[in-house]
Design a protein around this ligand. Sequence first.
Ligand code: GAP
Length: 460
Amino acid sequence: MAEKKRTVTMDKLVNLCKARGIIFPGSEIYGGMGNTWDYGPVGVEIKNNIKRAWWKRFVQESDNSFGVDAAILMNSRVWEASGHTTSFSDPKMDCKECKSRHRADNLIEAHSKGKVNPDLMTNEEMEAYINEHHVTCPICGKFNWTGIRTFNLMFETSRGVTDESQNKIYLRPETAQGEFVNFMNVQRTTRAKVPFGIAQVGKAFRNEITPGNFIFRTIEFEQMEHQWFCKEGTDGKYYEEFKEKAWQFLMDLGFDKEHLRFKDHDKLAHYAKQACDIQYDFPMGWSELNGIHNRTNYDLSRHQEFSGKTMQYIDPVTNEKYIPYVIEYSIGADRLMLAVLSEAYDEETLQDGEVRNVLHLHPVLAAYKAAVLPLQKNLSEKAQEIYKKLCKRFPVTYDVAGSIGKRYRRQDEIGTPFCITIDFDTLEDNTVTVRDRDSMEQIRINADELAAYIEKYLEF
Ligand code: GAP
């Protein structure tokens, strides 16, 4: 069978999101605030469903994994210990003509159309490449660069009750450190035995030099991170296991495997022994969706050194003392949202030539699991009764405005898997029409069976 052509583009997604209450530009009435986005009534439901599905898979259903919700603002020593104050930086270059700021590695990647890998270059080599190949500014087209300077990506703020007593603190650039600093607390209170996991979902902040591509790279975003603490020597096995688990999670959400691939890192982060990404074929091309890293015992060892508190685990059987290795699986909730929307977006030409926009979302991710649509306003009482009953089981929306065809289209556009039509027969025999979003087929069932019928599709 010929592969169906993908119709998604970034512009179409941005427009759909704005029109249908999925994602709006941040602070829009003030002209926006570069690369911040607000989730609307539909978007917040989808994103919450993404986070819930992830938590269910990696905490609730995972043997020996526990959740935390650590503070965003942490003691500055955390970032010294983790290496972020010294090493969490990008190579930036400024265009002296138009004053725009760019990442040298991005300039080289774009200029060489991906043929040259800047991850393997030093800053000096990158600068030499840009000069030799006369790489011009993508904004103004001129060639007049400053040299490369490293630019720390952490947002700084200050804390203190008087101007004189201000201390510099940071907005966390990753959630992972909240898991590491709580390693002993979690181990002690859960009595977990190594190997075990700590997971967290929460906001992270990075002063990215070149954010963009809608919600792909933003300065404020949410991460879903899972640290698996294991004994040295077993780390290679668990690294492979987490690669598989991360892949399976995406398969179960309905991703086409042709749109995903593993990519090993060419240059390892300061803490990593092994690292790879799962890349997704986004509307702008293949890019990182999530990372899997073997962080060794770097983080725990550094926190032991900087805090003076032991991070050693004592094996209850052998009494052996050691600082565990860590396999990290990290994925951005917003980035996964972009991938989910890109994967679900479709424009279908129907038999009558009409084009319908539809989001083929997994029902578990859809904002509303069903829409209740009374055929006419005078059927509202019965329709409301059915709507209220279903709302107790899962999120449902209600729409009376416009022709039934238009209402179906509106629900298709936000990915509602089922439309329930209430007509005059409903008053007689309590049956309703259920229309399936993907096949557009309709069946007639008793209203009392609706919840059970829909819940069958909500298993994940
Ligand atoms: N704790 C490891 C860590 O933070 P990372 O590769 O820098 O590793 C993990 O980030 C994931 O967080 C990425 O794979 C991506 O999904 C998401 N992410 C990172 N930076 C982001 C940004 N500026 N905007 C949106 N998502 C981002």
